[in-house]
Design a protein around this ligand. Sequence first.
Ligand SMILES: Cc1cc2nc3c(=O)[nH]c(=O)nc-3n(C[C@H](O)[C@H](O)[C@H](O)COP(=O)(O)O)c2cc1C
Length: 336
Amino acid sequence: MHGSTVKLSKLKKNQKFLYLAPMMKKTDRHFRYLARLISPNIRLFTEMLPAEMLVRDNRARALAFSEPEKPLAIQLGGCKPNILAAAAGYSALWGYDEVNLNCGCPSPQVIEGGFGAQLMKDTELAATCVSAMRDACPERTIISVKVRLGVDELYSYDYFRNFVKKMLEAGASRIHVHARKALVKLNPKANRMVPPINYQWVYKLKEELPDICITINGEISSLGPTLEHLEYVDGIMIGRHAYARPLELIEFDRAISQGPFVPNKASGEILEEYLIYAKEQVNHGASSRKTLQPLLNLFHGYKNAKVWRRSLSEQMRQGTIDIKEVLLISNKVQII
Ligand SMILES: Cc1cc2nc3c(=O)[nH]c(=O)nc-3n(C[C@H](O)[C@H](O)[C@H](O)COP(=O)(O)O)c2cc1C
């Protein structure tokens, strides 16, 4: 087992982080590329990738990303230490900056497989998995865990704190907390809404573990609460809101980054840069539907956003990308 102190001393005291939450079928490389164009400082996350798949076949395709996506975290799903170790090792080799273990997914297949939120029921196994991942990666790779506050009847602050402490002792140095418990009898969608949010436990955890980087996740959709969270924890992680209104990421980025001021890119500029990327991806065999998909919500809240979505959906069916045509459609969209 690793002591947690070595990594922790490197944490800059006042550094704050903005993370994109891992989301299956949403945070693929194309959405991440778009998010990077909008937010220079966001730390991007893959969707959960089954460790078993990464050690079998198709690894290159699943692990592929574009260099600008960095800093980039990969989330692994699994519960077999040797398989997770191999998958973590490949991820580090591929250039991922952070390798994360999913301890929060409550979907029936995942629970049946014994991983995701199920791992929160078996602290020892989860710790062995983290330790194996740590051992398989070089020192520079951050090992992190995404947790809930508990699962089913295992829901007390002491249980939660103990689980996190064991992950740290096993070699994790960053903890992302979806601030509600998981209830395995509920479906994944309900599990993101029904169990009540409890940010206080996350604040308390940070108070007890001041040297550990802890980010908070769950229903963050505006700047006011974000700034409040940052009084207590090291960062925020945004999921659904980031996907639904990607252009707003720039505001969150501004609030969090303390780097040099970077002027906002205009939405037209972002679109143009993204289309060049998308065209290149399609030329290399990617589907036009998948590459254009992240743009559907780009103009959320703008006048004519519906026309945009409809026209873009037509383009998505065509199998090629006509950049001029997409830009023409975008001209019909205006800020209200
Ligand atoms: C469509 C969708 C897919 C998700 N997939 C994952 C996943 O692969 N791994 C994970 O840890 N969480 C997953 N989540 C949960 C999010 O990472 C996040 O914890 C949750 O949505 C709460 O954050 P939010 O309120 O900002 O959306 C998913 C959420 C959604 C909406």
